[in-house]
Ligand binder design. Structure first.
Ligand SMILES: Cc1cc2nc3c(=O)[nH]c(=O)nc-3n(C[C@H](O)[C@H](O)[C@H](O)COP(=O)(O)OP(=O)(O)OC[C@H]3O[C@@H](n4cnc5c(N)ncnc54)[C@H](O)[C@@H]3O)c2cc1C
Length: 457
């Protein structure tokens, strides 16, 4: 028998968006219940703790300008530290092998480097035309939403090596292949995060800092403040609304409320049964917003021995399945951790294979970059996000060609008593944890303003 309870606002999802929504509503004196499908809070952030160490299996970094997550971390008493900065980085080019580099951008030859930089600058310049609150109103919105990023790369970057580098950058930021994503959406996303340069940068960019103890620790502390209004292991199956209110049916509990906030990404929100059915535009959006694909792997060693060899632990390459690597050791440097991303097409393909084979392929990449010493880590941990039932991929939703123009407004427009949050709805740092926090702040204000008022259902 399901427990019945009532509240003023019911929030679906206890990631950063849902927890912030609940916290901000609470501050306004509003009664909330948060229903979370998983047996933990944090959503796409997930800190694994084991044998005295911790690591972030999901979202982890913050960067300058990501003021809302940084403020929340500070309020929760979780300190920040910089991504390991010292040593030379590695670049791997298929057919040419490894090269050490330092500075702003890698490449084996100046011509490719300058062509890649020019391409990113051109991309960033175009993104300036895209209004973050309504990308569908950009002067070239129709033209750009009819194209994929691959079309743009093919017609605008002449050098094959520069095309490969731009492809790695797109995979690293979106966790999809350039042919998967609308040019308009990619430009919006870059503008939303400041610029493509910022998004691919470490020092001064989106990969600048981490929280000591892990990103999920911040979420756990917010959840602790919210106490038993957060209900875990309660996947929401159905949301019904009428003139009197909204009824949210989850496994084991049914909650009635005045308003509901759904913070799951569109692809997950679309799997809930709505009564009455969602309007066509919203349904169109949720069936056309797949998640990117990323598997985040950690190889754990007694010490970060690559530092003694003058290496930073950072790699960028053009040969998969791991093309991007970071030193992800905790501030103490004990243990040492190499972390790599398997993204886009490789992420989709390898999420389905045997875990032992995936580990073998991942370690083969670490050995390619760091030598035989990398072959035998003392532990190995992976986050296979496409296989996660309540995320179905990461880092966020990717809009293919034609979606923003036709259904972009449905991302945030409330449907009767149901409001939408989640990083995908954020104008600023869309796709990032900071965007999730901002979306929670925005929707809390939106809902608080209409509480007590009738809704058109
Ligand atoms: C490997 C990886 C690396 C990343 N790296 C970074 C990074 O370094 N920096 C950064 O800023 N961002 C990063 N991200 C992205 C970042 O984690 C997300 O943008 C952010 O956590 C999204 O928060 P959210 O609250 O909007 O969504 P979510 O965290 O997805 O929260 C939604 C919640 O809803 C729950 N849910 C879904 N369906 C239902 C249902 N039917 N009923 C009840 N609950 C439901 C889910 O379980 C989830 O807890 C990364 C993500 C991944 C996976």
């Amino acid at each position: 028998m399901a427990t019945q309870t009532s509240t003023q606002v019911v929030v679906v999802g206890a990631g950063f968006a849902g927890l912030t929504t609940a916290r901000e509503l609470r501050k306004r004196g509003v009664d909330v219940v948060v229903l979370e499908a998983r047996d933990r809070v944090g959503g796409r952030t997930w800190t694994i703790r084991k044998d005295g160490w911790w690591l972030d299996c999901g979202g982890q970094w913050t960067g300058p300008g990501q003021d809302r997550i940084r403020a929340l971390g500070e309020e929760m008493g979780v300190a920040s530290f910089p991504t390991w900065p010292e040593g030379e980085h590695l670049q791997y080019t298929d057919g040419m092998g490894l090269r050490r580099w330092q500075g702003a951008a890698p490449d084996q030859d100046m011509e490719t480097m300058s062509k890649t930089v020019q391409a990113i600058l051109a991309f960033d310049q175009m993104s300036q035309e895209v209004p973050i609150d309504a990308p569908w109103n950009a002067p070239h919105a129709r033209e750009w939403d009819a194209m994929t990023v691959q079309n743009w790369i093919d017609t605008n970057i002449e050098s094959e090596r520069a095309r490969a580098q731009m492809t790695t950058a797109i995979e690293a930021v979106f966790a999809v292949e350039p042919h998967d994503v609308s040019l308009l959406f990619a430009l919006f996303y870059a503008r939303s995060g400041g610029s493509m340069f910022y998004l691919i940068s470490t020092e001064g960019g989106a990969q600048a800092n981490r929280f000591d103890g892990g990103m999920q620790l911040v979420a756990e502390r917010v959840a602790a403040e919210l106490g038993d209004s957060v209900r875990l292991s309660s996947p929401v199956r159905r949301i019904s609304q009428d003139a009197r209110g909204v009824t949210v049916e989850a496994d084991g509990v049914t909650v009635t409320a005045e308003r509901c906030v759904v913070t799951a990404p569109p692809a997950l929100a679309g799997r809930i049964d709505y009564q009455p059915a969602m309007p066509p535009l919203r349904d169109h959006l949720t069936t056309r917003a797949p998640m990117g694909s990323v598997i985040k792997v950690h190889a754990i060693y007694e010490t970060p021995w690559w530092r003694d060899e003058g290496l930073s632990g950072r790699v960028v390459g053009d040969k998969g399945p791991i093309k991007v690597v970071f030193d992800n050791s905790p501030p103490s440097g004990k243990p040492g951790m190499l972390m790599g991303f398997i993204e886009g097409g490789d992420g989709r393909r390898l999420s389905n294979i045997d875990a032992g084979e995936r580990k073998r392929l991942a370690l083969e990449c670490f050995v390619r970059y760091f030598g035989e010493k990398a072959a035998k880590p003392m532990d190995y941990v992976e986050g296979n996000w496409p296989a996660e039932q309540w995320s179905r991929g990461c880092y966020g939703a990717i809009l293919p060609a034609g979606t923003l123009i036709s259904a972009g407004t449905a991302l945030r427009d409330p449907v009767g008593r149901i409001h939408w949050a989640g990083t995908e709805t954020s104008e600023i740092f869309c796709g990032y944890i900071d965007g999730a926090v901002r979306s929670g702040e925005r929707v809390a204000a939106e809902v608080a303003a209409v509480l007590g008022q009738p809704a058109k259902v």
